[in-house]
Design a protein around this ligand. Sequence first.
Ligand SMILES: [Zn+2]
Length: 324
Amino acid sequence: MKSAFIAALLIIFLYPSAFSQVLKIYQIDAEQGDAALVITPSGKTLLIDCGKKGQGERISALLKKEGKNNIDVFICTHYHEDHYGGIDDLVNRQGISVLKAYDRGDKQYLRAAKLKEKTYIAYQAAVGSKAVHLKRERVISLDPEMTITCIASGGVVAGESSPIPGNDENDLSIAILLTYGKFSYFTGGDIESPTEKKIAMGNLVKNVEVCKADHHGAETSSDSMFMVMLSPSVIIISNGNDGEYQHPRKVILSRYNSLEPKPDVYQTNKYLRSGPDGGNVPDGFIADPETVDKDGTFLVTASKTSNQFSLNYGGVTKNYPVKE
Ligand SMILES: [Zn+2]
């Protein structure tokens, strides 16, 4: 017993970094868009979407705060401005290089109007033309300490043998599951109920600690069966305060509240328009409850040696248990 204790002390002494490693996920306040910056336990950088045009500065500032100068892996979930519009700014004006990029591919099927869209052309010039088509089931090897798995891409989910391609750009989003020890995080871009249902029926993602609400809390996403299977402890909704789409929808907030066990639901911004269908969680759960430009970014931190993970926003820290 004594020798085992000495051996454990020796391991801690010889390999201290193995015991201080953490996974950090910044769910960035992209003001009605999506962007998540992941700092892996070994210090690599993964960016999943990059918000709207001109939003590279907030991402660049976070990278600098973390002492990083580049993005090791960028994933563009789908070809909508609020998910890839910021990449041009990040690469060309903020001077952040992207070492490897992935997207949902299938560009040969895009409509002529999309190919002529300024934001699409800028995305292609910045990283898109060299991006690798990320297909479902592919595991991205970025850090041996954690796994990054593509659960869905192009409307096709892992294990689906005879896929029927969809044509709704939102539902074609890439969905990713990150795991580190017992901690897991799911993010599905703007996937909607058809793909969510297939993920649930395939039993592909269960009992996560944190998920980003699909499609900003829209009524066409967060399928009931899918949410029951996901059973998140924490849901983060990336929404703007002035969106014409009235995100998040009241009906979706009540669906989240009816889950058992009940998750804690957070928003990056308070929805301030008076649309009848848009709603809000209580102010204490909103990172930016009042203004457009205050930074309502969330930071999720998990470590292998703790049975808790934490959520930080606006000077508040909350701890949650990691599920067994
Ligand atoms: Zn979106």
